[in-house]
Ligand binder design. Sequence first.
Ligand code: ATP
Length: 359
Amino acid sequence: MNTKTYDLGVLHGDGIGPEIVPASVNVLDAAVAAAGADPITWRELPLGASAIDSHGVAVPDETLAALDTVDGWLLGPHDSAAYPEPHRSRLNPSGTIRKHFGLFANIRPAKAFRGGNAIVPGTDLVIVRENTEGFYADRNTFAGTGEMMPTPDVAIMHGIITRAATERIAHEAFRLALSRDKRVTIVHKANVLRMTTGLFRDVVREVGQQYPDVTIDDFHIDAATVHLVRRADKFDVIVTENMFGDILSDLAGEVAGSLGIAPSINSSDTRAMAQASHGSAPDIAGQDIANPIAMILSSAMLLRWLAAKNEDAALTRAADIVEAAVDLTVAEGTTTRDMCGTASCSGFARAVVEATSRI
Ligand code: ATP
């Protein structure tokens, strides 16, 4: 059957993380079994508020060392805004991990479900977000935070766009577009941030010349938000810098039905991490009402990434089963509150596990 067994890290994180991450592990176990692949070996690792309590830091060295040895991992959300100082002022856990492992590509699909509650039905787009620089000052430096306060009343940050990082993310976007509808939209703000986002736009267009089958257009970030709300179903692949991508993907997730259904994967050429697009949702944590779909589908993306890397047909089948089981569960009317349903987080996950045997 499959070519290898997989060791995957599990980091529950904060807020709704301890609810949606175990739900995803259960679904993956069921899908892998249904696909006839070998069981996944899970390795739980400390992260977030509980790691501050147990290890004195949100991302312990032992967690980074362990992640170095596994095939990939599921990262729960973190509520770093609620950490005590000095932890709150440090680079947050997902930023730390993305930076440590050079996970430069954040791939964020937004796809409406049949029978779901999309604002724009038919939405099926992917945001390809550059993950290492741009206007996220806390991760675009080798050392230091990229922000400073010369006086208590003056705050300065810098943004960075490089040709190398833009070329790298552009290739990701064009390769992805070739496997889809062959259209790439560049989102920038080159009428104001002429040099930085202008460089981003121009370099993506240059790289696009190597992909003559892909059509390219571009929008300013403000116009892109309008077009997303009006006609999200007309987009295919959107490529953009770090902060624009973060904001746009929350919007795209909601337009497709709920932020709670928007998955994502963070990858380099050699590593991948599944991470829902949304945050830790502290307002609904501990109530078993969160939507686990984003985390479940992020985990399926990780399986697909591993399957492609290892040419593992059984694992591709497992990823197909996860996605089909989620589709089936929603189509049969089982959804959580954010999708206007009544299922609990754990109840929804149980329904998906059951559905894996009917795919
Ligand atoms: P971050 O900056 O860490 O991404 P955020 O400020 O964008 O976090 P979220 O934690 O993503 O905020 O929450 C935004 C809103 O979406 C909240 O009302 C939250 O309850 C809701 N939400 C987020 N994820 C889910 C989910 N999985 N299921 C249901 N509701 C969710």
